[in-house]
Design a binder for this molecule. Structure first.
Ligand code: HEM
Length: 402
């Protein structure tokens, strides 16, 4: 029996009280994940999370696990070919992959996307405005990142809908675990990516995929499997996360009307406001897990070899030893050393793209619709029960145009 119920209905209504209790009573704790059928450690205090994310004794590379441990934590092996990317690699392989990818994923390429982000936001809001109320997640928050990612990667417009479906399910699998459906989808998606990459090798374009194919350091390039995994990682890491940053941001602002008024009065506050959303309700609530390579004594607690350790970013962001009055949503909070994009070696590669999309989307929305409000009782909204991402099931809103 678990000391804390991280997988129950209470977490979907409001996860913060349970996390506060964990920080107070058992900040480094071993629980049993009922969906995974395996033990996992949770680290919830800010200082411990910082240490954990920088600790080289924990590995992201599942190939270093014994067969027994691997099968305990990874039940869907059809993902294996998509997993040859840097998020699941340790140095020196991580260093090598990140260097190659950074050659293609440049600040210039991201800056070039701004006009498309503005254009897509305007188009989506024009469409949404034709209705009295919409689910903002469907109408804007998830549409924008998939459109931008498709352009960045070079995916044809007609495939975007399929892309969206695949990513939603593959990156945030339903916790009731229909593993057969998941396996089928992973296979379909891989086939699609393989065909797409063959096409791009034959006919390069001015897109990130072509740049990744070309990227070279010291005579070294990405292999086909690494390339496919990298494209998958960009989609997986950049879609649901950015969608939830937009959704969580609008939710937080509507729940705090005084902060929303401050933002409307001073539009330049959008940048610190996005940082506060990343702290207050981070779109990635848990880091991806890492494994103890040997028995590890971590801040006074023994973590046995091959057990999974997860850092709760959401909890760390509500730790009052780091953030005074953490439950206060303050769009000018300073300092604001959140870890919404992670920390250390695996710090998010797409942070500037995510910030660009969220500032344009939320900034435009709140200025364009002064009457923006919830179209449902906010107390009835629920958080999804995904493992990593933190976002609402739906976000019904309504507006009056200026
Ligand atoms: C609001 C949106 C986003 C959030 C909150 C976010 C958050 C994160 C976090 C917390 C990590 C570290 C994970 C860990 O240590 O377990 C990470 C890694 C990563 N993110 Fe993001 N991300 C976002 C958007 C994006 C976008 C748009 C892209 C690219 C298109 C992207 C690409 C990546 C990649 C490639 C990594 C792995 C980096 C490495 O292993 O060195 N992310 N992200």
């Amino acid at each position: 029996m678990n000391q804390f119920d991280l997988w129950g209905e209470r977490m979907r209504v409001d996860p913060l009280p349970t996390l506060a209790l964990m920080r107070a009573e058992a900040p480094i704790v071993r629980l049993f994940n009922p969906h995974q059928g395996a033990p996992e450690w949770r680290v919830t205090r800010y200082v411990d999370v910082v240490e954990l994310l920088r600790d080289p004794r924990f590995s992201k590379d599942k190939r270093k696990l014994s067969d027994q441990a691997r099968s305990r934590y990874f039940r869907v092996t059809e993902f294996d070919r998509l997993d040859n990317h840097m998020l699941y690699a340790d140095p020196p392989q991580h260093t090598r992959l990140r260097a190659l990818v950074s050659k293609a994923f440049t600040p210039r390429r991201i800056a070039q996307l701004r006009p498309s982000v503005v254009e897509a936001t305007t188009r989506l809001l024009d469409q949404a405005q034709r209705q009295d109320s919409v689910d903002l997640l469907d109408a804007l928050a998830f549409q924008l990142p998939i459109t931008v990612l498709a352009e960045l990667i070079g995916v044809p417009v007609e495939d975007q809908e399929r892309f969206r479906e695949w990513t939603r399910i593959l990156i945030a699998p339903p916790s009731d675990g229909d593993f057969d459906a998941l396996r089928r989808m992973a296979i379909e998606f891989q086939q699609y990516l393989e065909e797409f990459l063959v096409l791009r090798r034959r006919r390069p374009r001015d897109d990130l995929t072509s740049a990744l194919i070309e990227a070279e350091t010291h005579g070294d390039r990405l292999s086909s499997v690494e390339l496919m995994s990298m494209v998958f990682l960009l989609i997986a890491a950049g879609f649901e996360t950015t969608g939830n940053l937009i959704g969580n941001g609008v939710w937080a602002l509507l729940r705090h009307p005084a902060e929303l008024r401050r933002l409307r009065a001073t539009p330049a506050l959008i940048e610190p406001a996005i940082e506060e959303v990343l702290r207050y309700c981070p779109p990635v609530k848990n880091s991806t897990g890492a494994f103890a390579l040997t028995d590890v004594e971590f801040r006074g607690t023994l973590i046995p070899a091959e057990e999974l350790v997860v850092a709760s970013l959401l909890s760390a962001h509500h730790d009052d030893t780091q953030f005074p009055e953490p439950e206060r949503f303050d769009i000018t909070r300073s300092p604001n050393r959140h870890m919404g994009f992670g920390l250390g070696l695996h710090f998010c590669l797409g942070a500037s793209l995510a910030r660009l999309e969220a500032t344009v989307a939320i900034g435009t929305l709140v200025q364009r619709f002064p009457g923006l409000q919830f179209a449902a009782d906010p107390e009835t909204l629920r958080w999804k029960d995904g493992v990593f991402v933190h976002g609402l099931d739906c976000l019904p809103v309504t507006w009056e145009a200026r």
